[in-house]
Design a binder for this molecule. Structure first.
Ligand SMILES: *Cc1c(COP(=O)(O)O)cnc(C)c1O
Length: 355
C-alpha cells in the first residue's frame, strides 16, 4: 500500500502505526477472540482503554488536578450549544475569528446575551483579533485557538479576568498549552487526535455552577463527569484509535517534540509560499497557522492545472475551503515532513513550467 500525501483538513491524517494496530484490533482485540468493534464498553478491556486514553491526555497536555476529561459525541458542533447551555448564566463574551467561531456565537445566542467583543469578519478573517478588552461581567470568554478554514492561529492566549473556553479542534496536541489558563477546552478528535466520532472535553470542575436552566441529561456535563464518560455507550472504536494516536505522540517525544516538527514543516511550507513568484499567502504573517496553511496562485486561472499536477503526484486534500478559495495545506501532527517536501517541490516545478 502506498500512502497518499494527505493534506486533508479533516478528518485528517493519522499515524500509520496507529492505523496498523487499529486494523489488527478490528479483527482481534488483544488476543481476546473478539473485535474492538464487538467488546462491551463495560468490560475490563475497555476500562483499560479509557483509563489509558485519559491518562495520556493528562500527561501529554499536563492537565492539572481539578479538571475532568470527557469523551463525548456530537462533534465540536454540539459543544457550540453545550457550553452556553451549561455555562451561560448572565452573559458571555465571544471572539469572532472565523466560521466556526461564528457558529459557536449563533448557538450561544439561543441561550442568552452574547457580547461579540472582537471580530475580523470584515477582513474575511485574515487575521486573529487581538488587543481587545475582556469584560468582567461575563460568565466566560470563548475563543478558537486555530481557525481551520482561514489558516490563522492564536500564538499567545489572552490573559482573561473571566473563565476562558477554547475550541481547540484543529490544533490540540500540536503544541504545549498551559491548561490552567482555560476552564473548558473542547476538540472534535478528527483533525489532530483520532478518527471522527469522539469529542474531547477538558473542564475545570469549579467552572460548572448550579444550572440556571433545564438541561437534558445527555447535554449536561455533570452527567458525563459523574458517569466517567460511560453514562451511555461511548464511541469505543474512536476512543481506542485516539489512544493509539496519543501513544504514538508520546513515543516520538510528546508536545515539545511535535511542536518542533510542526514548526519545521510550517517554516518549510511558508518559506516556499513567500519565495515562489506564483504563490501568495492569504493571511497575516504573524497569525499563520502551523496546522492549516492557506495559499493562492496569483493567477487563479491556473488553479485547475496545479490541482491536477498535485493529484498525479499523490498529493490530496489541498483544495481550499470555498470561503477562502485557492488552496489549503493541512499539516497535522501525523503528516511527515516528506509530504511537505513533495508539495513544495511541486510548487517549484510548477513555477519552472509556467515561467
Ligand atoms: C472542524 C471544526 C469544528 C467542527 O467540528 P465537528 O466535530 O465536525 O462538529 C469546530 N471548530 C473547529 C475549529 C473546527 O476545525
Amino acid at each position: 500500500m502506498t500512502r497518499k500525501h494527505n493534506f486533508g483538513a479533516g478528518p485528517g491524517i493519522l499515524p500509520e502505526s496507529a492505523l496498523k494496530q487499529a486494523a489488527q484490533a478490528v479483527l482481534d482485540f488483544n488476543g481476546s477472540g473478539m473485535s474492538i468493534l464487538e467488546i462491551s464498553h463495560r468490560s475490563k478491556d475497555f476500562d483499560a482503554v479509557m483509563d489509558k486514553t485519559k491518562s495520556l491526555v493528562r500527561e501529554l497536555l499536563g492537565v492539572p488536578e481539578g479538571y475532568s476529561i470527557l469523551f463525548l459525541q456530537g462533534g465540536a458542533s454540539t459543544q457550540f450549544a453545550m457550553v452556553p447551555m451549561n455555562c451561560l448564566h448572565t452573559k458571555a463574551a465571544y471572539v469572532d475569528s472565523g466560521v466556526w467561531a461564528n457558529k459557536a456565537i449563533k448557538e450561544a445566542k439561543l441561550f442568552g446575551p452574547v457580547d461579540v467583543i472582537a471580530s475580523s469578519k470584515d477582513q474575511n478573517y485574515s487575521h486573529v483579533p487581538k488587543g481587545y478588552s475582556i469584560p468582567n461581567d461575563c460568565d466566560y470568554l470563548h475563543i478558537t485557538s486555530n481557525n481551520t478554514i482561514y489558516g490563522t492561529q492564536i500564538k499567545e492566549f489572552p490573559n482573561s479576568p473571566i473563565p476562558v473556553v477554547c475550541d481547540m479542534s484543529s490544533d490540540i496536541f500540536s503544541r504545549p498549552v498551559d491548561v490552567s489558563k482555560f476552564d473548558l477546552i473542547y476538540a472534535g478528535a478528527q483533525k489532530n487526535m483520532g478518527p471522527a466520532g469522539v469529542t474531547l472535553v477538558i473542564v475545570r470542575d469549579g467552572f460548572l455552577k448550579e444550572q440556571s436552566r433545564v438541561v437534558p441529561t445527555m447535554l449536561n456535563y455533570k452527567t458525563h463527569i459523574e458517569g466517567d464518560s460511560l453514562y451511555n455507550t461511548p464511541p469505543v472504536f474512536a476512543i481506542y484509535v485516539c489512544m493509539l494516536t496519543l501513544e504514538w505522540l508520546k513515543s516520538i517525544g510528546g508536545l515539545k517534540a511535535i511542536e518542533a516538527m510542526n514548526r519545521a514543516k510550517a517554516d518549510l511550507f511558508y518559506g516556499e509560499v513567500d519565495s515562489n513568484p506564483l504563490f501568495t499567502g492569504t493571511c497575516a504573517t504573524e497569525d499563520r497557522s502551523s496546522m492549516n496553511a492557506c495559499f493562492l496562485l496569483k493567477d487563479s486561472s491556473q488553479d485547475e492545472a496545479f490541482l491536477r499536477m498535485a493529484k498525479e503526484a499523490g498529493i490530496i486534500g489541498i483544495k481550499g475551503h470555498r470561503s477562502v478559495g485557492g488552496f489549503r495545506a493541512s499539516m497535522y501532527n501525523a503528516l511527515p515532513i516528506e509530504s511537505v517536501q513533495s508539495l513544495t517541490g511541486l510548487m517549484k516545478e510548477f513555477a519552472l513550467k509556467t515561467a
